[in-house]
Design a protein around this ligand. Structure first.
Ligand SMILES: CC(C)(COP(=O)(O)OP(=O)(O)OC[C@H]1O[C@@H](n2cnc3c(N)ncnc32)[C@H](O)[C@@H]1OP(=O)(O)O)[C@@H](O)C(=O)NCCC(=O)NCCS
Length: 161
């Protein structure tokens, strides 16, 4: 699967996919700002999926990843996150972090399959129409060593914050 760097011409399609994937959509203008300053990767033409990562000199954070509902379970998100991992590892970054809603089983399965380790839990982090849901924080060690000394349990990580 071909993964490409996105540019301002992709902003409308990114916003469209985001709106079908999350309750709160990000506008085409939001997306144009992201492509100007973050690592934005996409698959497909027309766009089928995309990922946005914010990077420092040391670490990176996945801000979002989404696949068009009509294209899911075809490897788009996996290809995007693997391409991001390779690029950031080449650039000698140390970790990729992310936060995901605890009840987002698809995303958690995706990250865990790619080797991300749960390192923390933030209770009542995301608002939902019917209440609040916790966020789980994951990390991927780009050195290739999967034992990033994760806490013995998520509760321990929460306490440590
Ligand atoms: C999560 C999401 C990005 C996955 O995208 P995708 O392109 O369908 O993912 P892939 O096809 O690359 O899946 C790779 C692996 O992840 C896991 N996975 C993905 N979707 C899954 C699901 N619905 N249920 C269980 N496991 C799933 C599987 O292990 C899958 O491999 P397999 O298909 O060989 O079993 C997509 O469902 C989505 O856009 N969801 C809405 C937005 C979102 O929640 N984003 C993440 C939070 S930031």
């Amino acid at each position: 699967m071909i993964v490409r760097a996105l540019n301002a011409r992709d902003a409308d399609a990114m916003a469209r996919i985001h709106a079908t994937s999350f309750d709160k959509g990000w506008s085409p203008l939001d997306m144009a700002v992201h492509v100007s300053r973050d690592l934005c990767l996409g698959t497909g033409d027309p766009l089928s999926g995309f990922a946005i990562l914010r990077r420092s000199d040391i670490d990176a954070e996945i801000l979002t990843v989404a696949t068009d509902p009509a294209c899911r379970r075809r490897g788009h998100a996996g290809a995007l996150l693997e391409a991001a991992r390779e690029q950031l590892k080449r650039d000698s970054l140390r970790h990729i972090f992310l936060e995901v809603a605890e009840d987002n089983e698809a995303a958690r399965a995706l990250y865990e399959r790619l080797g991300y380790q749960p390192i923390g839990r933030r209770p009542a982090y995301y608002a939902r129409p019917d209440g609040r849901v916790a966020a789980v924080t994951y990390a991927l060690d780009l050195s290739g060593n999967r034992s990033t000394h994760p806490p013995a349990s998520l509760d321990e990580a929460t306490t440590a914050r």
